[in-house]
Design a protein. Structure first.
Length: 327
């Protein structure tokens, strides 16, 4: 997404090539039939040349002008700024979000006033996604319908044939996959578990293709798996909870990460406990230790209270063993 072309630089280089060939604009017109006005407008970066125009001029100038145009792309697919969305989705840090909005506004403003070709539809979709994120992290559940509609509109804008029921057969780029991810999370919050699972499972598959060699890939995948595990917990599908949580735990261990680790350990421990697996308490103890070591004391207290009130499990910290044990 977000392709921008430096038309000023392209026009300047085009003029240099023409003059290097000893050609006036009138001589080019006489050889190619391309009007002097068109040549002048391209060189002054007022328009972007059509494909066929560049093909004809390439023969006249003995230069591959399509390749030259390709070289004028800013790497304003804005992949780097798109990736910064992940920092917000991963950490729920609204300060990072505010910085991202400011950075995006600055870049689009600068490009908007330069002689560049910027896909306004892509920019609008990105702005709408930022608005959806802001609404999600600042709203109550009764406002979620407006957010889901906003996200659906973004996906429909970039994929006119978009239908949630057919996402398995559709392809999505890096940005669209993040829109889907937020949509899947919100549908889960809304209690639409089957739809949420459909969307999140698609996001998980997409991440294998879209996020190759991406440093935050394991974090995004862990987040997706954690949300899927919670959905299956709500559906009392404890075997599936264990399967998904185990994948997330493996990702954490392989990448020396604690992101969502306590959550998926807790989720797997509860599932194992309900299925009467003998090693359930090991997962639960490790989840509590993870929270303690990360300084997440409020969440630690919440987990201990939940274990006691919902599952009649009493855990206490053993200072001699430096571990949580069932009592």
């Amino acid at each position: 997404m977000f392709v921008s072309l430096n038309l000023t630089n392209f026009g300047t280089k085009l003029k240099e090539i023409r003059e290097r060939n000893g050609l006036t604009q009138k001589a080019v017109f006489e050889r190619t039939g391309i009007s002097i006005e068109t040549i002048r407008n391209i060189e002054k970066s007022k328009v972007i040349a059509k494909f066929e125009t560049l093909e004809i001029l390439s023969n006249c100038y003995k230069t591959e002008l399509l390749l030259l145009l390709q070289e004028q792309k800013f790497d304003f697919e804005l992949r780097s700024i798109s990736q910064k969305i992940d920092s917000v989705l991963i950490s729920n840090n609204m300060l990072e979000f505010d910085n991202l909005v400011q950075e995006f506004d600055k870049i689009t403003s600068e490009l908007g006033f330069s002689n560049s070709l910027l896909n306004s539809n892509d920019v609008d979709n990105f702005k709408h996604f930022l608005e959806a994120i802001r609404l999600y992290y600042s709203s109550r559940n009764d406002h979620y319908s407006g957010i889901t509609q906003l996200l659906t509109n973004i996906l429909t804008s970039s994929n006119p044939k978009f239908q949630l029921s057919k996402i398995d057969s559709m392809t999505f780029d890096f940005f669209e996959n993040r829109v889907l991810l937020l949509l899947g999370i919100i549908e889960g919050d809304n209690g639409n578990i089957e739809l949420s699972n459909l969307i999140l499972t698609k996001c998980l598959r997409n991440s294998d293709f879209n996020d190759v060699n991406y440093e935050k890939k394991h974090l995004i995948q862990t987040k997706i798996l954690a949300n899927l595990a919670y959905n299956y917990h709500l559906s009392d599908n404890h075997e599936k909870v264990i399967e998904l949580s185990s994948k997330a735990i493996k990702l954490c261990d392989n990448n020396h990460s604690t992101y969502c680790l306590s959550t998926v350990l807790f989720r797997r421990g509860i599932a194992k406990h309900l299925l009467k697996h003998g090693d359930a308490f090991d997962d639960l103890s490790r989840a509590l230790l993870c929270l303690l070591s990360n300084g997440q004391h409020k969440l630690l207290d919440d987990y201990i209270k939940a274990l006691k009130s919902h599952y009649n499990l009493h855990f206490d910290y053993d200072y001699s063993m430096k571990s949580y044990n069932i009592v």
